[in-house]
Each structure stands twice: as structure tokens, then as C-alpha cells.
Design a protein around this ligand. Structure first.
Ligand code: PRP
Length: 195
């Protein structure tokens, strides 16, 4: 059990309540991988993941999709304190290769307000892929601002701040093999707590 690190201030107990066990995540990813391959039986699939959180999902998904798969990475950041709700998303690292004429699957750990995905879909559509689809491990439909949706969804979850399996709180917890709800002082958080 970790405690907050602020010196000289009262410490708030911080813990993670398991929401989705690692084995359930892996089982669901196997199903998604089959579904994706069924939809594109003869295509080479080009998986594009968004750094950093999406990487865990991408590597597990890529290993479970039969047939030819390649991948690439992109990074974005959001202006303002309130990460995504400002809607100002900016490209910080572009893909290495062209996606023109390719069957592209955008692979994201979480679909929250949808601002990141809306930005990415607009960007990628301009580059003329043959197909453009979206796979997300977690979907928080209750938080949506942008009118976007995923084609493949692992789990739909409530409005609680989740960590693990790529998702972080101040860069911590990404390495947990499961997804959990961050609890501060016994309370679940709806958004990233102020540091
Ligand atoms: C997370 C996640 C998505 C985005 C979704 O990334 O990986 O890219 O937020 O949020 P949205 O639907 O509200 O736009 P984050 O900015 O936390 O970066 P990280 O992957 O490096 O942790």
C-alpha cells in the first residue's frame, strides 16, 4: 500500500482496487484478435498505437492476431491542465511509415472524452488508408465529448479513474497486469487526482 509523497502534508492512503483481472483481459484480447482477423481475413493488418498507454494492448493484440501484422507508433499531447477536455490535441511524434492503401487499426488503451481519437481519425483519414478501424481495450462512454466510437471494444467501464495495463497516474502503475480503480483515502476517483 503506497502513501502520497507530499512532505509536511497529511498523507492520503492510496491503493488500487482490481476492476478487471489480467486473465480476463487476455481472454478478451484473444476474442478481439479473432474478430479483427475474421473481418479482414486476407489483409495485412497495420496496427497503430498511441504512446504510451496503448503499447501493452498493442503487443498482446499483435501476438494474438493470426497472419500478417505490422505496427507503428504515434504520440500526441494535449494542451491545458484538464488534459483532453480542452480539445487541443497536438502531434508530438508522427508515424514512421505511410498508411496509404493499408488496413489500419488504431489501438488505444482507453477511449475517454474521445478528443484524442477524433484528432487521430481526422489525421489518418487524410492519408487515404484502405480501411481505418479502431480497437480500444477500455471504453468510458459516460465521459464522451467528441462523437467518435470504437469498432472493437474490450470492456465498457464506469466513470472511475483507472490505472494499470498501460494506464498511469503520474507515470506510475502502467506495469500492473490488471486494470484497477485508483482509491484515495478509501474513495474511488472520477478523474486524475491533483498531484
Ligand atoms: C490516454 C489514452 C488515450 C487518451 C484518451 O492517454 O492513452 O490516448 O488518454 O483520452 P481522451 O479520449 O479523453 O482523448 P494519455 O494522454 O493519458 O497519455 P499516455 O498514454 O502517455 O498515458
Amino acid at each position: 500500500m503506497a502513501k502520497s509523497k507530499k512532505k509536511g502534508k497529511s498523507t492520503v492512503k492510496e491503493r488500487v482496487r482490481v476492476l478487471i483481472q489480467g486473465a480476463r483481459i487476455q481472454k478478451r484480447i484473444r476474442e478481439l484478435a479473432k474478430e479483427i482477423r475474421r473481418d479482414f481475413p486476407d489483409e495485412q493488418l497495420h496496427l497503430v498505437s498511441v504512446l504510451k498507454g496503448g503499447v501493452f494492448f498493442l503487443t498482446d493484440l499483435a501476438r494474438k492476431i493470426p497472419g500478417e501484422v505490422s505496427f507503428d507508433f504515434i504520440a500526441v499531447s494535449s494542451y491545458g491542465e484538464n488534459t483532453h477536455s480542452s480539445g487541443q490535441v497536438r502531434l508530438t511524434r508522427d508515424l514512421d511509415s505511410s498508411i496509404e492503401g493499408r488496413t489500419v487499426i488504431v489501438v488505444e488503451d482507453i477511449l475517454d472524452t474521445g478528443m484524442t481519437l477524433q484528432y487521430l481519425l481526422r489525421l489518418f483519414q487524410q492519408r487515404n488508408p484502405k480501411h481505418l478501424r479502431v480497437a480500444v481495450l477500455l471504453d468510458k462512454p459516460g465521459r464522451r465529448i467528441a462523437a467518435v466510437q470504437a469498432d472493437y471494444v474490450g470492456f465498457s467501464i464506469p466513470n472511475e479513474f483507472v490505472v494499470g495495463y498501460g494506464l498511469d497516474y503520474s507515470e506510475r502503475y502502467r506495469n500492473l497486469p490488471y486494470v484497477g480503480v485508483l482509491m484515495l483515502g478509501g474513495e474511488a476517483q472520477e478523474q486524475a487526482p491533483k498531484k
